[in-house]
Design a protein around this ligand. Structure first.
Ligand SMILES: [Cu+2]
Length: 304
């Protein structure tokens, strides 16, 4: 299978922050008690293991679906979903996203991004409810996997809004979280109010951090952009907080809304966006798209 070096490099940046002790979360939102799964949307199961996909369905009907991402591999998995733009051939996809590609192709940013389960640790499951229109879609991770969305033959009735516990708003280059953020399993709507695609990579921090501290963690990585795989932790700084991905929402088009389920414990969470800027190839996190969310015992105020 083809690999996506750029995306792998970005994931490498994250793993450099929290490489050790990928302890499992208390619960997996994909479990049978999921309120999001209980809404009963048709389900698309995607089981990933490194660069291998196991996807029983190759065609789904248009409309609102639940994507269930199971990570059966041994490394954290970070991918996204896009609708292949008209006029872009499979050959282009292969060459533009393959191992020889040095920069993301321009057409990538013209695609529709309906949302996708956020970064998923080994053994974990994450969910996203997204709206799909007919066409050919590509799941992008360490490799590319296409599937088709078939028209229903008649215009489907608009789906009723999912009853979310809170809404996260994405823009250039910021996150706006539900306030106050409380603990527990909850459905979040994620809405892109911006003019570029964005994502929500949510991670739990082992200790309280500030936005500046998070940016500092990534500074070396961005300084060495282009040779990200060679970055090494600096030796003379205090140990970095461990940051453990807990899901979120993959790339989401401007104006789009999708839903995910998160299971939060009291403590500090970090939000990051790794969508890259087409002009520079730099991920939005390097442009300051980082935020810190404090989850209280019952209800809390996000950190300034
Ligand atoms: Cu962004």
């Amino acid at each position: 299978m083809r690999r996506l070096p750029l995306i792998v490099a970005l994931l490498g940046a994250l793993m450099a922050v929290g490489p050790a002790g990928m302890a499992a979360q208390d619960a997996t939102p994909g479990a049978s008690d999921s309120a999001l799964a209980a809404l009963g949307y048709p389900e698309l199961l995607i089981r990933v293991d490194g660069d291998t996909f196991d996807m029983p369905e190759t065609t789904v009907a248009e409309g609102r679906i639940l994507i269930r991402l199971e990570n059966a591999g041994e490394e954290s998995w970070h991918g996204f979903l896009l609708r292949q733009p008209e006029g872009v051939t499979d050959e282009q996809v292969t060459s533009d996203l393959g191992p020889e590609a040095e920069a993301p192709p321009a057409w990538l940013f013209e695609a529709d991004f309906p949302g996708f389960p956020g970064e998923t640790l080994p053994g974990q499951t994450n969910l996203a409810v997204v709206d799909l229109t007919p066409g050919r879609y590509l799941v992008l991770g360490d490799s590319v996997r296409p599937f088709a969305v078939a028209g229903a033959g008649a215009t489907p009735a608009p789906a009723a809004d999912v009853d979310a516990d809170g809404t996260v708003r994405l823009s250039e280059y910021a996150f706006d979280f539900p306030e106050p953020a409380g603990p527990g399993q909850q459905i979040w709507a994620v809405a892109n109010d911006g003019e570029e695609p964005h994502e929500l990579l949510l991670a739990r921090s082992s200790e309280p951090v500030t936005v500046d501290q998070v940016l500092e963690l990534f500074a070396d990585e961005f300084a060495g952009e282009g040779e990200a795989g060679e970055a090494t932790p600096t030796g003379d700084t205090p140990p970095a907080p461990e940051i453990e991905p807990v899901g979120g929402m993959g790339w989401l088009s401007p104006g789009a809304t999708a839903w995910t389920e998160v299971d939060l414990r009291p403590g500090t969470y970090v939000a990051l966006c790794f969508v890259f800027d087409p002009a520079t190839g730099m991920p939005h996190v390097a442009l300051g798209m980082v935020d810190v969310l404090t989850v209280g015992e019952a209800a809390a105020t996000p950190a300034a």
